[in-house]
Design a protein around this ligand. Structure first.
Ligand SMILES: [Zn+2]
Length: 109
């Protein structure tokens, strides 16, 4: 089964040398965090509150910050890898992470 939560962060970034995205600007990023697992005897894979808390703990590090403070080239693909690595440290379940950069653009790991 899969279980998912969604959260948002607002971040500034720029992509050095990129013709369109080379100047500092911002996005709202939507983060979809989908966990794969089996239900336990309590009828749950994980408690939603616990999942939201784990995701928020990681995201709060980046919210209202410039992503260039964390990685040199914060394309949405690189941001997705960065957040995936942080979440992996906190969770024993396999998961999928989909990150939307504004509307209509996303990447998934
Ligand atoms: Zn951008």
């Amino acid at each position: 089964m899969q279980l998912g939560v969604t959260d948002y962060i607002d971040c500034a970034h720029f992509l050095p040398g990129h013709p369109k995205c080379g100047s500092l600007h911002g996005h709202t990023y939507k983060i979809e965090f989908i966990i794969k697992g089996e239900k336990g005897s309590d009828g749950m894979i994980l408690d939603f509150d616990a999942v939201k808390e784990k995701l928020r703990a990681v995201l709060s590090e980046y919210d209202h910050r410039s992503l260039n403070d964390f990685i040199d080239y914060p394309s949405v693909e690189n941001v997705c890898e960065m957040i995936r690595d942080k979440l992996e440290d906190q969770l024993e379940f396999p998961f999928t992470l989909r990150i939307w950069e504004g509307n209509g653009k996303w990447t998934e790991l």
